[in-house]
Design a protein. Structure first.
Length: 85
């Protein structure tokens, strides 16, 4: 009876070890994000006496640049995810 129990223990350990090995082999290392994806877009510079309309236009350009960056980074992520399928 003792031999049977130790055999079960060894079998369970082998199953766990093989499962751990399979999980480790299945892990995927993703490539690093492009540096552009980690950059911050600053607010537009505002000087005393600037017209409100020109400040809003400058902020809009900054927002457009930030949104373009999000689109590029999302496209990069989507391409990476598709390549891994």
């Amino acid at each position: 009876m003792l031999a049977i129990c130790s055999g079960c223990s060894t079998s369970a350990e082998l199953k766990k070890a093989s499962a751990d090995k399979g999980i480790a082999a299945a892990r995927v290392t993703l490539p690093p994000l492009p540096d552009d994806c980690r950059a911050w877009e600053p607010h537009a510079a505002v000087n005393l006496g600037d017209e409100a309309r020109s400040v809003l236009k400058a902020e809009r350009r900054q927002l457009d640049r930030a949104n373009a960056r999000v689109r590029r980074c999302a496209a990069n992520y989507d391409a990476t995810a598709k390549a891994l399928q």
